[in-house]
Design a protein around this ligand. Structure first.
Ligand code: NDP
Length: 464
């Protein structure tokens, strides 16, 4: 028709490479999203060969397209009375098996592509938990670091003033992630309640006296260690006496260290964006309590650890170096628990050369595609994030169940359920990897098992 410009239609024929090319073309400048899709699709080949019905229904093309993307302005006033403006997001990726569920991240690096990678991963992770949860993710490029409590509150209130109309206990249930802990969830929940005039389980990670669950703060770290224990058991080994590298020093890292100590392992490192500490004597319970106070109360930097504990050394971050020194310390196990792509090919080579037996991912997508392939080729125990760190969202699911019942479970009850879920996730990944002809490859196991449940639900529900 004259006057109407028609864009060339993107060709999306049958095979995986064509779908991947279309994803890259349609979503330019989103490298993390491309990386997450490539990793999942690479694993799906044997499953797609067995199930032609998924290709016929164009499940791949549909599963990479978010059901809804929200992007909004977040204006707020700082302590000097100056206007600040941030960008808010919520990616509602897939609701085939339950309401959208996934955390909010507040960090200056946040952008659309990073949240799409996280939301995409979340779909398969939530499917693995055995609980009925769809996948979503959100956040803002707001940096809570160095802000006063009042500034964080004003930001959270402004963020929720837009988000509240899109979420709900049966629609979309956000939680915490990097930069969003108990303080932020409290401010967000308060504003939601005020606007919606409803006290519901619309967020997880809530305080214990207002709908939260025991063990939720601990769940991701504890779950990751339970998963590592299962991986080691599959080779008749255990965590007892193992030297462990842990990166990050936030929520996931702190409770990873705590649970490693319960299992008799010896954690020897922690880090933040300024650098890493290495303590050859091990981070014991007393030192961990000191770190928790430093990070959660004073919001201080990890370099202080080396001032306080004299045998420890601090290794500052150096962006000009091609590897991260934390992954070049001799150890048996590695628990990357800070952020995406924190282990590159050089780091993976260092870990393998130093004899690491196990990598369990607490952070989301902490290993680059090359690093992942190197771990798989080296046949070490490798627990990918969407399986190893699923304990956090699983316990969020348990919080939702308690909220719906208007009841609370004891610490032991929740911890026991979390432990059983992690055992079940490991078994599912392990057995699925075998069924599809790649025994021991938990990346394939996790991706295929997570995908099948969601894809079958999408088939059942028709073209929506
Ligand atoms: P926190 O904000 O509590 O801690 C994050 C830690 O990682 C901090 O030590 C932070 O250092 C460091 N970090 C963050 N970004 C960077 C960066 N770009 N470079 C170097 N260090 C960085 O977050 P969580 O512990 O909750 O989350 C950590 C990881 O675990 C994330 O990948 C998250 O998606 C994942 N995860 C979290 C879950 C949860 O329940 N919380 C559930 C499942 C996965 P600094 O303070 O200097 O920024």
């Amino acid at each position: 028709m004259p006057g109407i410009m028609t864009l060339p239609e993107i060709k999306v024929p049958g095979d995986i490479e064509d779908v991947l090319n279309a994803v890259k073309m349609k979503n330019p400048a989103e490298p993390e999203f491309h990386q997450a899709v490539v990793e999942v699709f690479d694993s799906l080949r044997p499953a797609l060969a067995k199930h032609p019905e998924f290709r016929a229904a164009r499940i791949l093309e549909r599963i990479v397209e978010p059901e809804r993307v929200l992007m909004f302005r977040v204006p707020w006033l700082d302590d000097q009375g100056k206007v600040q403006v941030n960008r808010g997001f919520r990616i509602e990726m897939n609701s085939a098996i339950g309401p959208y569920k996934g955390g909010l991240r507040f960090h200056p690096s946040v952008n659309l592509g990073i949240l799409k990678f996280l939301a995409f991963e979340q779909v398969f992770k939530n499917s693995l938990t055995t609980l009925p949860m769809g996948g979503g993710k959100g956040g803002s490029d707001f940096d809570p670091k160095g802000k006063s409590d009042n500034e964080v509150m004003r930001f959270c209130q402004s963020f929720m003033t837009e988000l509240w109309r899109h979420i709900g206990a049966d629609t979309d249930v956000p939680a915490g992630d990097i930069g969003v802990g108990g303080r932020e969830i409290g401010f967000l929940f308060g504003q939601y309640k005020r606007l919606a005039n409803k006290f519901t389980g619309v967020l997880t990670g809530k305080g214990l006296s207002w709908g939260g669950s025991l063990i939720r703060p601990e769940a991701t770290g504890y779950g990751c260690v339970y998963f590592a224990d299962e991986m080691l058991k599959s080779r008749k080994d255990s965590l007892e006496g193992k030297l462990c590298l842990v990166s990050g020093s936030g929520n996931v890292s702190q409770y990873t260290v705590e649970k490693l100590l319960d299992f008799g392992a010896k954690p020897i490192t922690l880090s933040d964006s300024d650098g890493a500490i290495y303590d050859p004597d091990g981070i014991d319970r007393e030192k961990l309590a000191w770190v928790m106070e430093l990070k959660n109360v004073y919001r201080g930097r990890i370099r202080k650890y080396a001032d306080c504990f004299k045998r420890a050394i601090f290794m500052p971050t150096d962006v000009l170096v091609d590897h991260n020194p934390i992954w070049n310390i001799k150890a048996d196990c590695a628990f990357p628990s800070a952020t995406q792509n924190e282990i590159n090919a050089k780091d993976a080579a260092n870990l393998i050369m130093n004899g690491v037996k196990l990598v369990a991912e607490g952070a989301n997508m902490p290993s680059t595609l090359d690093a992942t392939r190197m771990f798989l080729d080296a046949k070490i125990l490798y627990g990918p994030a969407k399986a190893a760190n699923a304990g956090g969202v699983a316990t969020s699911g348990l919080e939702m169940a308690q909220d719906s019942m208007r009841m609370t479970w004891s610490r032991d009850e929740v911890d026991n359920r979390l432990h059983q879920i992690m055992i079940a996730i490991h078994r599912n990944c392990y057995e699925t990897a075998e069924t599809y002809g790649t025994p021991g490859n938990l990346v394939n196991g996790a991706n295929i098992a997570g995908f099948l449940k969601v894809a079958n639900a999408m088939l059942d529900q028709g073209l929506v």
